[in-house]
Design a protein around this ligand. Structure first.
Ligand SMILES: NC(=O)c1ccc[n+]([C@@H]2O[C@H](COP(=O)([O-])OP(=O)(O)OC[C@H]3O[C@@H](n4cnc5c(N)ncnc54)[C@H](O)[C@@H]3O)[C@@H](O)[C@H]2O)c1
Length: 331
């Protein structure tokens, strides 16, 4: 299969302009691409337009955008409520809500408007890519493209092949990720939750277990985590940290004793089930592990953005992406 190269004169289509889609669109704009943003709701299309000045300021503050690319975002962005607007795109990114049937239908509808060589990246958080490919006429062009919020400044991008994704598609996806200033984490296999969510979910399960079993209150769990993992996480992953903070033998001995006492149930814990029952949205509806009034909600939103911008600057200063790209694991 022949794939067009993603050059800067090509259009990137982003379908679904919620918080994730907005960051994705802004990221592409910050790297000089023309973007067509598609959302079935006008309100969300307009939210993207009004988000542009803030996103551009973030990109400049984090140092992820050349001054030349800071211009003409408005003219390089087209908005539409009609999926047919993807027809001239060089690559399409899907970012609609996390519902499997809706994503599958959308991917199949997209194929009616774009030629066979145009790739489709899905920003699913956890669905197997192979399931999303099922029913597509050209499944070889579909891959997982998992972003994080704020997509315009983070380095994070997980790229996952489904069983039917072509090697050429994955090569082009990696190249495109690098053009966007990302440090792509490329999976060798399709697996639910990909990498970061699987690692994070194991951690969340243990945190909830500690809380539910009365070992510590939420404040203590937070302080312990922030002031330990928070110190090294922007620089090291969980494997590197074992090497450099004592060596694998030390960690293995210690883990051996604790493993039998850790949460390992495949059932959702009662606290998490109650969050589903109450539709807990944290600061948005004040249902969560902590209480939020309006000021508290704003404070956490602000802290989150500040932390992301600072971390990106720190990573670019101390861990250049070309160094991490050449980083070979010993095993
Ligand atoms: N929340 C996170 O931190 C996070 C991180 C990585 C990936 N994701 C994934 O990104 C995706 C989007 O997340 P979000 O939080 O931005 O979602 P969201 O529900 O806030 O926004 C989705 C947008 O898609 C639009 N939409 C729905 N169906 C559509 C269709 N058929 N055509 C065009 N537009 C349509 C909606 O109007 C809405 O504006 C989800 O799959 C989510 O799991 C989320």
């Amino acid at each position: 299969m022949e794939h067009a190269k993603i050059s800067n004169d090509q259009v990137i289509a982003v379908v679904g302009l919620g918080p994730l889609g907005r960051g994705i669109a802004a990221c592409c704009l910050s790297r000089g691409f023309t973007v067509v943003g598609i959302d079935r709701e006008e309100k969300h299309r307009e939210e993207l337009r009004s988000f542009l000045p803030e996103a551009a300021a973030h990109c400049l503050e984090a140092g992820v955008m050349e001054a030349a690319d800071a211009t003409q975002w408005d003219t390089r962005l087209k908005l539409s409520g009609d999926l047919a607007a993807i027809k001239n795109a060089g690559l399409v990114i899907e970012a609609i809500p996390e519902t499997l049937p809706a994503k599958k239908i959308l991917l199949q509808q997209m194929e009616q408007f774009i030629p066979a060589g145009v790739l489709i990246g899905s920003n699913t958080s956890a669905f197997p890519i192979t399931e999303l490919q099922d029913g597509c006429v050209h499944p070889e062009r579909v891959f997982g493209m998992h972003w994080s919020s704020h997509g315009h400044v983070t380095r994070f991008l997980e790229l996952t092949p489904g069983e039917n994704t072509s090697a050429e598609a994955m090569k082009l996806a990696v190249k495109f990720a690098e053009q966007l200033g990302k440090e792509p984490a490329v999976l060798k296999k399709d697996i639910p939750g990909f990498l970061c969510n699987r690692i994070a979910y194991a951690m969340y399960r243990e945190a909830v277990h500690l809380l539910e079993s009365g070992v510590a209150d939420a404040e203590a769990i937070e302080a312990s985590f922030r002031n330990s993992v928070g110190l090294w996480a922007p620089m090291c992953g969980p494997l590197r940290v074992m090497d450099v903070m004592g060596g694998g033998a030390f960690y293995a001995e210690s883990i051996k004793g604790v493993l039998p006492t850790m949460a390992n149930s495949a059932e959702l814990q009662p606290t998490l089930q109650s969050f589903i029952d109450q539709d807990a949205k944290g600061p948005k509806n004040n249902i969560g592990f902590f209480d939020y009034d309006e000021d508290e909600a704003a404070k956490w939103a602000e802290r989150f953005t500040a932390s992301i911008l600072t971390t990106r600057k720190y990573q670019d200063q101390y861990i250049p992406t070309d160094e991490s790209a050449g980083d070979q694991s010993a095993t």
